[in-house]
Design a protein around this ligand. Structure first.
Ligand SMILES: Cc1cc2nc3c(=O)[nH]c(=O)nc-3n(C[C@H](O)[C@H](O)[C@H](O)COP(=O)(O)O)c2cc1C
Length: 204
């Protein structure tokens, strides 16, 4: 089976798990070992967060929980459903929008859920898995299907598994799958002095 690596081309050395993480749409149907899944959420747990509020929650299901798996899949937009249905594990991340300690709005709730998701994704890469995160979800449907209470909001979908054979994807998705990964140059977003002035740290 042909699986892609898609290692990042970097302008400076970075850790292997960062350069090797990528977002596949082709997943191998083989299940993910439960201890590996456990590690992914443990990695998420140890993310930093504003006031250590840990405003992240995850709803997760494996293919061998078909009812729960379908409930998560139903919360994805149609395009994401088309490929994510083949992943062996699906999840939704959910943010708690107010601080537990004083009830004030937590301006960094989504930021911190994102940090937990990043930890989870990097741990996955370390375990030869990959994670594909999705903004294309239906938060209101997720609220209804899973009974997500007021004050909490579904943030993103996650498809988790071993990367699969990109040749099995429909034409258009296969094309996107084999495209090289790309990023904006460092100089376009690392500034000093004033907005738009590139920091000498990242000048080539
Ligand atoms: C928060 C977030 C939302 C995303 N939403 C979607 C999505 O709805 N559908 C999709 O196919 N990919 C989605 N992606 C994947 C991005 O397109 C992908 O991360 C980006 O192109 C960079 O590719 P890489 O992750 O392989 O480096 C999302 C990624 C993130 C982090």
């Amino acid at each position: 089976m042909a699986t892609l690596q898609k290692r990042a081309e970097t302008s400076a050395p970075i850790h292997d798990v960062i350069s090797q993480r990528w977002s596949p749409r082709a997943f191998d149907p083989r299940p993910v070992e439960p201890d590996k899944l456990h590690s992914l959420f443990e990695a998420a747990r140890w993310a930093a967060s504003s006031y250590n509020a840990q405003p992240w929650f995850f709803i997760v299901a494996t293919k061998d929980q078909p009812e729960n798996f379908k409930k998560i899949l139903d919360c994805f937009v149609e395009f994401n459903q088309s490929w994510a249905k083949n992943a062996p594990v699906l999840a939704l991340s959910v943010a708690r929008l107010k601080f537990e300690h004083n009830g004030d709005p937590n301006r960094h709730a989504f930021h911190d859920v994102g940090q937990a998701a990043a930890n989870l994704a990097l741990q996955a890469t370390h375990l030869d898995l990959q994670v594909h995160q999705m903004a294309g979800i239906l938060p209101d449907k997720a609220r209804q299907i899973f009974g997500i209470p007021d004050g909490y909001e579904a943030v993103a979908g996650l498809a988790i598994g071993y990367p699969g054979d990109h040749n099995a994807l429909p034409d258009q998705l296969r094309q996107r799958e084999i495209e090289p990964r790309s990023r904006k140059p460092l100089a376009s977003f690392v500034f000093t002095g004033k907005w738009g002035e590139t920091s000498p740290i990242v000048k080539p």
